[in-house]
Write a protein that binds this ligand. Structure first.
Ligand code: NAD
Length: 516
């Protein structure tokens, strides 16, 4: 089974074939979709319509949840080794299809092929973590917590879990959610972004090929209607959401109100601090790579550079030199550093943001707006933008822009920089650039942001560790993946055991039993 959307035809072939229409995936099969109930998917490098995706709603969500419910008892009860064999098979399939997945990401999202391949490999880390599920699900066993009384703990699945994911990491972010949900014995309904369906479809096909039983993994495309149906469906037990803060807050509040366990991992405005003693070549590379990689469409991009003392004056010329050499074009071209913006609407909003920065009084050092990629006049290309003298009062400092727009903020002291980061409405990732171990140690202890880089600009923890932010960057008590992920997708039971022994019955007592 291969859908036309997962194939990458040459331009001549593509021109001659009908635009493929994607389908939901429910109970191990596709669902018939009428063209009038679909929306277009564009290739952001060319502006062409490459596919149409269905707009699912309550009926499709209901069918997917029913399929997941039916599949749940057998999946929950499958031996852990048999379950982990399916994960090993899926791991092998993702690895052997990594380039196809990466090319699909590049086609639908626009990021460069190398960047997309990195995304696939970072997602795979969490699949690999999930392969060890028999150990992750192990409980504790404590004999003799009281006289002849033992205690053991179990971790059991919740039932049907849902994942609602964004456009910017169509493989890595879902792979931070569904492997853990499934490894814990839940069945799954995925509501992916409609902007990037190629990699979604291929992941679905690979699960089928790996031997996942029908109904364990279901996909429903759609927007607000599908999401609301998930939030309100009594058959959904747990939801992890990744996306913007406004939608994440709604998902969290509505899901919790409806009695579900919800984790929402949301928007960001990350800042890296550059101390005057930093290696400025390293710091400039880090700022440019982190801020403009994937066209700034990463929740871990450092989009504010807080430079202390004279650091900005020494960093700026190096950054300008790096920026001058960046090549912007279609992500499949081998020497391209940055691809297009993912949609025409988002490109228009970024242009507005740059205008707003100028109006607010930030100094425009490099303007991305005039860029024109002659061979692809209909692509959604935008150059990189750098502002200097950004201040905390400005909207371009306060809000997530989610594009290739960087701002340098000048601070007099380390303490001033720290209070800026700790006082920001977002707290996802941060970094410090310094050669002073003592300063780095202080930062690690004092900064109120959970994911920290020391001379590392994109501090995404390895795939077997947890991931998540604070303040406006996350809602819920547990992070994604790793140990928190296992906790999120399971219920712990604690069993207290006493077996009768002949001749050792205690006398009846109504007192609360002390553990003696
Ligand atoms: P988005 O919030 O627009 O969409 C996320 C998901 O919600 C998609 O599946 C989408 O279809 C759905 N959705 C969109 N609008 C909705 C609405 N009104 N009601 C219900 N559902 C809706 O986010 P996006 O533009 O796809 O992704 C970019 C955002 O995701 C950025 O804010 C970025 O910081 C964030 N992000 C966060 C993390 C993280 O781990 N914290 C990781 C990646 C991306």
């Amino acid at each position: 089974m291969t859908s036309p959307i997962t194939q990458l035809p040459g331009p001549a072939e593509a021109a001659n074939r009908p635009v493929p229409i994607l389908s939901h995936w429910i109970g191990g099969r596709t669902v018939e979709v009428q063209p009038e109930g679909t929306g277009p998917v564009h290739n952001p490098a060319t502006g062409e319509v490459i596919a149409r995706v269905p707009r699912g709603g309550a009926a499709e969500v209901d069918a997917a949840v029913a399929a997941a419910r039916r599949a749940f008892p057998a999946w929950r009860d499958m031996s852990l080794l048999a379950r982990s064999q399916i994960f090993f098979a899926y791991r092998e399939l993702v690895y052997s299809h990594r380039e196809q997945l990466a090319a699909l990401i590049t086609r639908d999202h626009g990021k460069t092929f190398d960047d997309a391949l990195g995304e696939v490999m970072r997602g795979l880390e969490t699949v690999e973590f999930a392969c060890g599920l028999p150990l992750h699900l192990a409980g504790l066993n404590t004999p003799n917590v009281s006289t002849r009384v033992d205690v053991h703990t179990l971790r059991q699945p919740l039932g049907v879990a849902a994942g609602i994911t964004p456009f910017n990491f169509p493989v890595m972010v879902p792979m931070w959610i569904y492997p853990i949900a499934l490894a814990c014995g839940n069945t799954f309904v995925w509501k992916p972004s409609s902007h990037t369906p190629g990699a979604t479809q291929l992941q679905t096909e690979l699960w089928k090929e790996a031997g996942l039983p029908d109904g364990v993994f279901n996909v429903v495309y759609g927007g607000r209607e599908a999401v609301s149906a998930i939030l309100e469906h009594p058959g959904v037990d747990a939801i992890q959401f990744v996306g913007s803060t406004a939608v994440g807050r709604y998902v969290y509040e509505t899901g919790v109100k409806n009695g579900k366990r919800v984790g929402a991992y949301t928007g960001a405005k990350n800042a890296m601090v550059v101390l005057p003693d930093a290696d400025m070549e390293l710091a400039a590379d880090a700022a440019v790579a982190s801020g403009y990689g994937s066209a700034g469409e990463r929740c871990m991009a450092q989009t504010l550079i807080i430079a202390i003392g004279d650091a900005a004056d020494r960093l700026l010329p190096v950054m300008k030199e790096r920026i001058g050499k960046l090549k912007i074009g279609p992500g499949m071209e081998p020497d391209v550093d940055m691809g297009p913006i993912y949609s025409a609407e988002h490109r228009a909003s970024l242009i507005e943001w740059i205008g707003k920065g100028v109006a607010e009084g930030a100094e425009l050092v490099h303007d991305g707006r005039p860029l024109h990629v002659a061979e692809h006049p209909d692509g959604y290309f935008l150059g990189v933008t750098l502002f200097d003298n950004v201040t905390p009062e400005m909207e371009i400092y306060r809000q997530e822009i989610f594009g290739p727009v960087l701002g340098i903020v000048r601070a007099a002291t380390y303490d001033e920089a720290l209070s800026m980061i700790n006082g920001h409405q977002y707290g996802n990732g941060t970094a410090i650039f310094t050669t002073d171990g003592g300063a780095a140690r202080r930062f690690e202890l004092e900064v109120d942001v959970p994911m920290i880089g020391i001379n590392v600009p994109i501090p995404v923890p390895a795939g077997y560790l947890s991931f998540g932010g604070t303040r406006g960057s996350a809602f819920g008590d547990l992070k994604m993946r790793g140990e928190d992920g296992i906790r999120f997708f399971t219920q712990q039971k604690i069993v207290t055991v006493r077996w009768p022994e002949p001749g050792r019955r205690e006398a009846l007592s109504l007192a609360f039993p002390g553990n003696r």
